[in-house]
Design a binder for this molecule. Structure first.
Ligand code: SAM
Length: 226
């Protein structure tokens, strides 16, 4: 695992490598008791979970307040925090047992982040969190119009929602209405990968979000903004 990490992400320090190894061990151990990931081979985890998660690094300002929405087993938030412990990270997921896993990971790795068990729709309407983040990240959670409704309300004006995607062109075309309604604009950055098309859709919040968004839990996915 250590060799794979150093080959795939050569910039890692010894301490960061140790943390990724400990994270891998916990992921594989807990995965025997709960459904965390279908990807378990060391080379696949390093490439498709760890390195893939780090794609947003160039877009995270020093000390940024970051929300990882629908983090699951901690992707992309935990790898980003391992490499950038300056980030003030909040991990959000609607499944309580995944939050339990994440709390164990953070404690074992000696890292600090806030873990919240919530639906993103409720989290985005909570005054403690709404309009308070510099960046939202999300990977493999929902289609782009849905993700925009879940993440843009969380951002300060000028903040960015970074959505990890494959080929995003069709989703981006389907998101024009959502971007307009949410007062945001988007651009796509392609990410080099040898395991398929990868890109980041980077959406900038240009104006405060209307209070009606996000709509109640389940509605964004059932009836995406158009
Ligand atoms: N982001 C992780 C990754 O890339 O491996 C997990 C992806 S997993 C396919 C989707 C995760 O999003 C699940 O853990 C699920 O519980 C969570 N999720 C889906 N809809 C959500 C919502 N509305 N609010 C909060 N979490 C949600």
């Amino acid at each position: 695992m250590r060799d794979l990490l150093q080959q795939t992400i050569p910039s890692l320090t010894a301490e960061q490598c140790d943390r990724f190894v400990a994270y891998y061990d916990l992921l594989i151990d807990w995965n025997t008791r709960m459904n965390l990931t279908a990807i378990t081979a060391p080379e696949d985890v390093v490439k498709k979970h760890f390195a893939d998660s780090l794609a947003a690094l160039p877009f995270l300002p020093e000390g940024a307040r970051v929300a990882d929405v629908g983090t699951g087993a901690g992707f992309p938030g935990v790898p980003l925090l391992i490499v950038r412990p300056d980030l003030r990270l909040t991990l959000v997921d609607s499944l309580q047992k995944r939050i339990g896993f994440l709390e164990t990971v953070l404690q074992t790795l000696g890292l600090s982040a806030v873990c919240v068990h919530a639906r993103a729709e409720d989290f985005g309407q909570n005054p403690a969190y709404r309009a308070s983040f510099d960046v939202a990240v999300s990977r493999a959670v929902a289609s782009l119009p849905v993700l925009l409704e879940l993440t843009v309300p969380l951002l300060k004006v000028g903040g960015k929602s970074i959505c990890y995607k494959g080929d995003a062109s069709e989703e981006l075309a389907a998101s024009r209405g959502a971007l307009h309604k949410l007062g945001a604009s988007a651009k796509t950055v392609s990410v080099p990968a040898d395991y398929g098309a990868r890109s980041l859709v980077i959406c900038t919040k240009n104006a405060p979000t209307s209070k009606q968004y996000p709509r109640k839990a389940g509605t964004p996915a059932k009836s995406p903004l158009r």
